[in-house]
Ligand binder design. Structure first.
Ligand code: ZN
Length: 244
């Protein structure tokens, strides 16, 4: 079957209920934060799920991982406040050891059925290497694949984790998956108006930023590069999967 390649285009659809699922505190703020800021300011309701609390996100083996986890949760909650999230959930799985297992998928299905999002945003789980100079963290891939597997088929299948249905958490179809940091983006959200809020959110992750100015410049560059594909000042790029 020959399908025409999707032409990258400006995406103006706005999901009403949005769930972002990531591995670590800060992933979502390096990722689609400006889109979330835009959508929440236009009326969407958003929740953020961090599978780990980033307890291995340092360079010092003597650092207390639990203390670091607490600090990073505080940083993430402060960051989320810049973007309009109504809730941040931490699943407290071990940083560096995240697995896309049944237990994680069950937790995600429970959250999806409680919140009933129209769209789930997560990283593109198929990306392993970027520009032959970067390996996508194993936790990123695990969290993203678990999110995809939770969306389809588990959240919409009443017989998957049947005890959840019996608890009253009815099956819920999520119609859109927005995959960020993809090497095959198909849609672009204009975030020219909310880049500043993204950068303010990012600055809250002080424990992770060696050189905040350099990071800020790099993120502006990425957004400008994505924006140039569709003729706007700044954009977030997504590989959009539509599941009907
Ligand atoms: Zn990460």
């Amino acid at each position: 079957m020959n399908e025409p390649a999707a032409v990258p285009h400006l995406h103006t659809e706005r999901p009403e209920r949005v769930m972002v699922i990531v591995a670590h505190p800060d992933d979502a703020d390096f990722g689609p934060a400006a889109t979330i800021a835009r959508w929440t300011s236009e009326g969407s309701v958003a929740q953020l799920v961090c599978c780990t609390s980033g307890d291995a996100g340092g360079e010092d083996a003597d650092l207390d991982p639990l203390q670091l986890a607490r600090l990073r949760e505080t940083e993430q909650r402060s960051a989320a406040a810049h973007l309009g999230y109504e809730r941040v959930v931490f699943l407290h799985r071990p940083d560096g050891a995240l697995a896309n297992d049944l237990a994680l998928r069950e937790q995600l299905v429970r959250l999806i059925r409680e919140f009933r999002p129209d769209a789930v945003l997560t990283m593109d789980p198929t990306v392993v290497f970027v520009r032959n100079s970067y390996v996508n963290h194993t936790d990123h891939r695990a969290a993203a694949m678990a999110a995809v597997d939770a969306v389809y088929p588990a959240a919409r299948n009443p017989m998957a984790f049947a005890h959840l249905s019996k608890e009253g958490l009815a099956a819920h179809p999520v119609g859109r998956l927005y995959l960020f940091f993809s090497d095959q983006p198909t849609v672009y959200v204009d975030v020219s108006g909310t880049m500043d809020r993204k950068l303010a959110a990012l600055r809250e992750h002080a424990s992770q930023l060696q050189d905040p100015r350099e990071t800020e410049a790099r993120l502006r560059e990425w957004a400008a590069e994505a924006g140039s594909a569709v003729g706007v000042e700044a954009a977030d790029a997504f590989r959009l999967i539509t599941i009907d």
